[in-house]
Every structure is written in structure tokens, then in C-alpha cells.
Design a protein around this ligand. Structure first.
Ligand code: FMN
Ligand code: 173
Length: 389
């Protein structure tokens, strides 16, 4: 595992000495290349968001309102990017957010969950594996090796199936359960609606369901024989809009693994979650894909962090470069995840593309700390930021 400044090795020094990279060096270029290579339905699904995408765009521009104060002669010759979560030291504060169609972003084989897990293993960046994967969670976990994997749970409208998914995640070796609460039903997504395309309704990315004994027991015939009926059943049970805070104790009781709630943007919810015994909060608005017209997720982060007290907060939504990672950490996040950036990396360059996106983010993160005089990511505080006027 690289340490202290080694993040710049390779990508940065290659670029300085005349080795022109094949993969994009900016997010804008990455996005353009992804649009060129991805089938239109997949591109729309990944790139698109809720409504007119105001919240999705605001997630990105929210970062422009903060600037890091540079400090000179601060003794940051060696930087420590590590962070601690649930008693485990991670080499960097970066994580791979759960992306339900990541399987399909491997354009060649449709094995993107496995490929992403290999990229996680190669970089040490933990992967949060989605419930909606093309390959079963057990196969994804095997690819991760020693790199931590968390399982993201969409709690279905079938308690026994929920329990089964959690049991399987424990048995497969995932080290935390992330319960996503902002997607108990699918958002209003004009891009997908106008293409009349939704991958899961074509039976894609449902491997965790189709391989599950409880799910299978609900069907008259196995999914292999009648995938349409199995997909229809999935559509019936996917989300449980009737979940309330009263169900948290039950969710919590399903596992002794750390439990995080994803989609927490309000300080009141953060307090309820902490009072309910969760181990972590995940401040996110699903990359602006679920509800439009809300606050940028970054604007919610400080209040969620304050309400969380000692409970760690993971953040995502709108992170496009290393300065964004710095800002989210300074506002109190313990770890910061990206969704679309690595999805595009996968589409454009396979495993090497995911690794490239992560290594670029980490090299730039390390350099930003070096230049601005911060010896560690963990020591960043709100006082290091100023509002941009
Ligand atoms: C194509 C796509 C699929 C997603 N699928 C899931 C999912 O299965 N589970 C989940 O909790 N979040 C899912 N998300 C949300 C991400 O985990 C994350 O919150 C979001 O992508 C962060 O915003 P960003 O894309 O701006 O980095 C998905 C996001 C995208 C772009
Ligand atoms: O596309 C998504 O963001 C997602 O996570 C999802 C998947 C299935 C149903 C609803 C939302």
C-alpha cells in the first residue's frame, strides 16, 4: 500500500516526463469519453438525475462556495491520508459508492461489479457493493481480498428477504451494512422516462435477488425458467415505503456488523439514527437522482456532523475532484465516496479506468495537502475553509 506521497508515483511523474496518458486527466474529459462509449440508455441512466437535475448540478457547484486556506512552511513534507472507521485504519478517506448498474458499465462483459472489486483490491479503496448487482454479493466479496467491502442494502418489502440478504452479506465477509433510505421508491427521472428504459425492469442487476433462497421460495418457477415473472416479483418487493423510525430497532437487530444509514441529510434524522443505535451516518442525496429541488448534499453535511457527535459520517454527492474531497473532510466527513466518476472510469477504461480515476483523485489529494500545508486529512477542520465571496 503506498504511503506518504507515494500516491503521486506513476500517474503524476509519468505525466511530467513525457508519457502521455491514454485515460482522461480531467473529469470533464472523462465524462465526454464516457458519453461517447456508453450505450445511450446506460449513459442516460448513469448521468441523469431527478427532474431538471437542479439538485444534481447544485451538488457539484456547492463545492465552489468553499475554499481551503493555504498555509505556508507548515511541515507537510509527509502526508497521512489515512482515516479510521469502525476500529479499522483505512489507507485513504476515499470510498466507492454503491452503484446499482456498475455491472453494466463494464461494456465488454457486464461484469462490472467484479471488475470494480478488483480495482478496489488493487488500490485499497473500500467498495460499497450495491444490492443491485449483476453478480451475486458472494462473488463480488471474493474479488476484494483484504480490502474492506461494505454491503449496501435496499430493504425490500419482505422482512425475511431482508434478513436473508443481511445474513448472506455477513457470511460473505462484508464488514458493514449500509441501509439506503432515500430510494424506497424510484425518483422522477425524465431522461430514463423518455427512453422508456430502466435496467432492473429488464431483469438486469438482480443477481442478489435471483440467487436468494427466500426470494426464490416466493416464485412459482425459478428465475432461470421465467425471468420476467421473477423481475415482476422484484418490482413488487423492491422498496418498502412503509418503513419508519419504528423499524430501526429491527434493522439494527439483524446484524452485529456496523450499520450505517444512507440518505441522512437532516440533523433531526441524524439524531434519531444515533439514538437508535446506528454506527455510522451516510450523508447523501443519492447524487441528485431521487428528489429534485432539495439542498445540495454538501450544505447538509455540517449539521449532520454536529448532530452525529462521535458517530462517523460518510459523505457523497457531487464529488468530482480532490479539492471536493478536502472540503467534505474539513466539513466533518470521516470518509468521502464517489459514484459517477468511477462508473465513467469503468466504462472508458475497464479496471484500469477505475484505478486511474481513484489514483488521480488520491495523487491530487496528496498534492493539495502538500502545497497547502496540511500534514493529514484527519486534521482538516472547518476552520481551514473560508466561504468564497
Ligand atoms: C447509476 C447509479 C446507480 C446507483 N445505484 C445505487 C444503489 O444501488 N444503491 C445506493 O445506495 N446508491 C446508488 N446510487 C447512488 C450512489 O451511491 C451515490 O450516492 C451517488 O452516485 C453520489 O453522487 P455522485 O454520483 O455525484 O458521486 C447510484 C448512483 C448512480 C449514479
Ligand atoms: O438508480 C439508482 O440510483 C438506484 O439506486 C435505483 C435502483 C433501483 C430502483 C430505484 C433506484
Amino acid at each position: 500500500m503506498p504511503n506518504h506521497g507515494d500516491w503521486q508515483l506513476g500517474i503524476y511523474f509519468d505525466g511530467l516526463v513525457g508519457k502521455v496518458p491514454e485515460l482522461p486527466m480531467s473529469y470533464g474529459e472523462l465524462e465526454r469519453r464516457a458519453e461517447q462509449v456508453m450505450p445511450p440508455e446506460l449513459w442516460s441512466y448513469v448521468a441523469g438525475g431527478a427532474g431538471d437535475e437542479r439538485t444534481q448540478n447544485a451538488n457539484v457547484t456547492a463545492f465552489e462556495r468553499w475554499g481551503l486556506m493555504p498555509r505556508m512552511l507548515a511541515g507537510a513534507a509527509e502526508r497521512d491520508l489515512s482515516t479510521e472507521l469502525f476500529g479499522r485504519r483505512l489507507p485513504t478517506p476515499l470510498m466507492l459508492a454503491p452503484v446499482g448498474v456498475i455491472g453494466l458499465c463494464d461494456l465488454a462483459e457486464g461484469r462490472g461489479d467484479l471488475v470494480t472489486a478488483r480495482a478496489a483490491a488493487a488500490t485499497g479503496v473500500p467498495m460499497i457493493a450495491s444490492t443491485l448487482s449483476q453478480d451475486p454479493m458472494e462473488d463480488v466479496a471474493r474479488e476484494l481480498g483484504d480490502t474492506p467491502g461494505w454491503f449496501q442494502l435496499y430493504p425490500p418489502n419482505d422482512p425475511e428477504l431482508t434478513e436473508s440478504l443481511v445474513r448472506r452479506a455477513e457470511a460473505a465477509g462484508y464488514s458493514a451494512i449500509v441501509v439506503t433510505l432515500d430510494t424506497l421508491t424510484l425518483g422522477w427521472r425524465p431522461r430514463d422516462l423518455s427512453l422508456a428504459s430502466f435496467p432492473q425492469l429488464k431483469g438486469q442487476c438482480l443477481a442478489n435477488y435471483f440467487s436468494d433462497p427466500v426470494f426464490r421460495s416466493r416464485l412459482a418457477v425459478p428465475p432461470e425458467e421465467d425471468p420476467e415473472a421473477a423481475t415482476g416479483h422484484w418490482a413488487m418487493i423492491f422498496g418498502n415505503q412503509r418503513l419508519t423510525w419504528d423499524d430501526l430497532a429491527w434493522l439494527r437487530s439483524l446484524t452485529s456488523l456496523p450499520v450505517l444509514l444512507k440518505g441522512i441529510c437532516s440533523p433531526e434524522d441524524a439524531r434519531r439514527a444515533v439514538d437508535g443505535g446506528v454506527d455510522g451516518l451516510y450523508c447523501s442525496n443519492h447524487g441528485g437522482r431521487q428528489a429534485n429541488g432539495g439542498l445540495p448534499a454538501l450544505d447538509c453535511l455540517p449539521e449532520v456532523v454536529d448532530a452525529a457527535g462521535e458517530v462517523p459520517v460518510v459523505f457523497d454527492s457531487g464529488v468530482r475532484g480532490a479539492p471536493d474531497v478536502v472540503k467534505a473532510l474539513a466539513l466533518g466527513a470521516r470518509a468521502v465516496a464517489v459514484g459517477r466518476p468511477y462508473s465513467y472510469g469503468l466504462a472508458v477504461g475497464g479496471q484500469a479506468g477505475v484505478e486511474h480515476v481513484l489514483r488521480c483523485l488520491l495523487a491530487e489529494l496528496d498534492l493539495t495537502l502538500a502545497i497547502d500545508g496540511y500534514a493529514s486529512t484527519a486534521s482538516l477542520t472547518r476552520g481551514d475553509l473560508r466561504p468564497v465571496r
